[in-house]
Design a protein around this ligand. Structure first.
Ligand code: 13P
Length: 255
């Protein structure tokens, strides 16, 4: 199926990998994935490994993402990292509003909206994460929750910026549990998200914006998930920590 959108598969390494381990992983990926042109491939190491991984992937088909950034450009914000600092390492993407940051760092949609705007101002492409808990899904509130997250966290963006923004639909009950959303559940949620983008921005934005699925993606389920009409890629956690499983996910999704 040609959706008119290039698949984008990103590995979110979360708080894993020393520099030496990160280089091992990325060197393995370089070997495994050298010939893949059909899919945008992104790795998101921890901040401490960005510099070395950036050098290791020079002149390859692997692009670099960060896992978070500050909404501020510089100043007295101890422990924070600004977009301009990420740009020094040729970072192209930045994950924003991951459910773990929403939960543990109490990030709000309003904060994520500011970060998304700051990312675009620095020409970084945000990967904005949304998704419901199991209790919210079971209460029939998935669309309400995800709709509110989209409306608030994308509020500051222009239509042009939204076309360059990636949405990651990550149902919280599927993250790190081994229990992925079914292809139908993913497609339903992604179709809903695309409709919301059409209503919030316009049809062209909705047609062009890429929507990743995240939550227990592995080599055995990636192809079926990616073949859904509105699923344009994956944000992979656990299975991105090993070169074989991450590259198998990508290879299994090449037509
Ligand atoms: P898992 O692939 O480990 O379920 O994690 C998904 C995720 O949170 C990616 O951001």
């Amino acid at each position: 199926m040609d959706k008119g959108r290039k698949l984008i598969i990103a590995g979110n390494w979360k708080m894993n990998k020393t520099v030496a381990e990160a280089l091992d992983l990325v060197n393995g990926l370089k070997r495994e994935l050298a010939n893949i042109k059909e899919i945008d491939i992104v790795v998101c190491p921890p901040f401490t490994a960005l510099s070395d991984v950036s050098k290791a992937i020079l002149n390859t088909n692997i692009r670099l993402g960060a896992q978070n950034m500050s909404e501020h450009n510089f100043g007295a914000y101890t422990g924070e990292i600004a977009a301009g600092m990420l740009k020094e390492f040729s970072v192209r993407y930045v994950i924003l509003g991951h459910s773990e940051r929403r939960q543990y760092q109490k990030e709000t949609d309003e904060l994520i909206a500011k970060k998304a705007l700051a990312a675009h101002a620095a020409s970084l492409k945000p990967i904005v994460c949304v998704g419901e808990t199991l209790a919210q899904r079971e209460a029939g509130r998935t669309e309400l929750v995800v709709g509110t997250q989209l409306r608030k966290s994308l509020a500051a963006l222009s239509a042009g910026q939204m076309e360059e923004t990636i949405i990651a639909y990550e149902p919280i009950w599927a993250i790190g549990t081994g229990k992925n959303a079914t292809a139908d559940q993913a497609q339903d949620a992604h179709m809903f998200i695309r409709k919301q983008l059409a209503a919030m921005f316009n049809e062209t934005v909705a047609r062009h914006a890429r929507i990743q699925y995240g939550g227990s993606v592995k080599p055995s389920n990636a192809r079926e998930l990616m073949s859904q009409r509105d699923v344009d890629g994956a944000l992979v956690g656990g299975a991105s920590l090993e070169d074989r499983s991450f590259s198998d996910i990508i290879k299994n999704c090449v037509n």
